[in-house]
Design a binder for this molecule. Sequence first.
Ligand code: HEC
Length: 136
Amino acid sequence: MLRTIFLSGLVSVALMAGQYTKADRVKDMQKMAAAMNEIETGFFYNNKDQVIQGALKLSDTIRNVRPPLEEKEEKNPMMRYMNEKVKFSNKIVKTIDKKAETIIERFQSGDTNQALQAYKKIMSSCMECHSKLRRW
Ligand code: HEC
């Protein structure tokens, strides 16, 4: 009996660990805002390390971002809308990740203008998602 309780406890801990929650997403959002600041400051001070650090942080974080379980599991009649939301999120996440790489490549090769273009593209992707998902 005790053994069963212990085991089922373990299973639920394991399940919890795999869940991405709204709280996780808020944390990731805050990390990304900090990363964007870091990149921007790096641009202003022409500090390559800072730009790279910020872009890496952004890239690491955006890869975690996905619709939280609560949203995925929402059922009809919102289902179709939610599925679209999932697809939309995944696409925009990929764009941001790719552009973060572009920032690093371009800034390293001295092409600050292209690095800045990539930064702007990321910024507008952030806002695009916010206006779609959050109605800002
Ligand atoms: C896939 C969609 C999506 C993308 C892409 C996205 N966000 Fe968000 N963001 C959200 C949602 C949804 C919330 C609201 C989260 C909540 O309150 O549960 C949010 C909230 C935030 C918040 C407020 C967090 C808080 O403390 O309440 C910040 C800051 C933020 N995002 C920054 C960013 C930045 C910077 C980027 C781009 C690098 C970005 N977001 C890209 C969906 C997105």
